[in-house]
Design a protein around this ligand. Sequence first.
Ligand code: MCA
Ligand code: AMP
Length: 505
Amino acid sequence: MTNTLYDALLLPHQGREKTFLTLKDGRTITYDAFLRIAARFANAMTKLGIGSGDRVAVQVKKSPEALAVYAACLGSGAIFLPLNTAYTPAEVEYFVTDAEAKLLICDGSSAEALKPVANKAGALLLTLNADGSGSFAELAEGMPQILSPAPRGPHDLAAFLYTSGTTGRSKGAMLTHDNLLSNAEALAKAWRFTSSDVLLHALPIFHTHGLFVATNTILLAGASMVFLPGLDLDDLVAWMPQATTMMGVPTFYTRLLSDARLDRDLTRHMRLFISGSAPLLAETHRDFEARTGHRILERYGMTETNMNISNPYEGERRAGTVGLPLPGISVRICDPESGAEVPAGEIGVIEIKGRNVFKGYWRMPEKTAQEFRPDGYFISGDLATKDADGYVTIVGRAKDLIISGGYNIYPKEIELLLDEQPGVLESAIIGVDHPDLGEGVVGVVVAKAGVRLEETILLAGIAGSLARFKQPRRIFIADELPRNTMGKVQKAMLRERYATTFMSS
Ligand code: MCA
Ligand code: AMP
């Protein structure tokens, strides 16, 4: 019996005494120890009656045990559903209910707030804390440390990752074992990962970047990670001399550049810096090279597809571009309306086909169909050009999306909440330049006749329903929203009007 991902990523490491994770405090966890935790967790899930295809929703702080829950889901055949730790109980309720999760694992500190959510959704609620304790860990305590992985084939589902939509309703992207394995294989090869690598890992593990791009690639290569709780410059500086590679969103690089300790000496041991999830300014690319001698390798991906396009490891890493299609992945730039490929140099929407492309949105066959061309290409919604050498440059988005510090924020979700606030006639959410986060969220609100709105009251009104990172950092009250002749709000005009909002922050 085979289990595509478990067999490729985990089983080869059974009994291996090599360090898999080094923690902030210097503690290390070997591959063998990690697999034993994962086996206990998987056996605990099986005991709870969780089997192949059941969804396990997880909102826990980053820790080796949190990562072992992912490995345990692969081994037990369950579908892993990671959730941003910033999500409010109201947001979690949507995901757990929509996915019909059988089990919700959360941090002990949020158990009280999530109890009604789990009850309503019919999910069992257990806890796992950052120090590895909690009711789930207790349940797994005496379980066998060896696992017979549940049979899972390449086209079986491994994970659901929710991504919001322009309608404001989140969609569960269904990722198969083959989607994830094929991408890990492509990345390990393209970026030359070997068992000698040590990845500086300071990303969250509830999104594609920190989870699949980083972790699956490392597992496949049999390499190690310095596994840090988050982005803290002192930690990065302290651990960089032990590492060979780092993956980060552009904010990682702008923050490092703001630190005088970043220089050639600090990065001497590194062989590769990778950036993605949001646009890396060409200026950041150049400044980083000037300070360290390293040319950042920028790549492009999506939750639905994992990674698609990457600058080359050898060959020219062109600042401001995301590079060339990864081997085995077909990429074309097309007219958004007709779907016809546009000539080199012209702007079109990026379309992708390959083993990496997801199976569809959970229980949304119509939405899924809308986002694929009849010949199987997935329509990304990102606008780009391709030059004569095949390098792709992302120039904008056909979708109304803000990316702040690498997190995606869908304006519609916030507009719907603002529109419900007392006295609000209508609202628009835009992203404008932010020196640290790339884009910062701004709200523009129009009051109903005779009402005087206040920014602080509006912010307080939506705070309970929205993760903090989605909440506008400023809300402006306007007399009206600019509209075109079709009545559509002209967000480009608003972005221009409020362009300098964060310039001094
Ligand atoms: C934290 N805050 C944010 C963000 N992060 N606000 C807006 N955007 C953000 N990204 C807020 C907090 O709510 C808090 O607000 C304050 O900022 C400080 O929080 P803290 O946790 O201390 O922030 P930080 O540690 O400085 O985090 C910033 C960060 C982090 C390092 C940029 O957001 C991060 O790790 N981002 C990476 C996201 C990621 O992994 N994306 C990949 C998605 P207050 O103080 O007011 O309470 S996968 C993807 O996109 C595709 C597939 C791809 O291509 O990879
Ligand atoms: P997500 O929905 O979180 O998977 O985010 C995917 C989106 O992030 C893509 O559709 C792009 O808009 C954006 N993205 C990812 N990598 C890059 C990059 N290197 N440059 C610009 N945008 C990127």
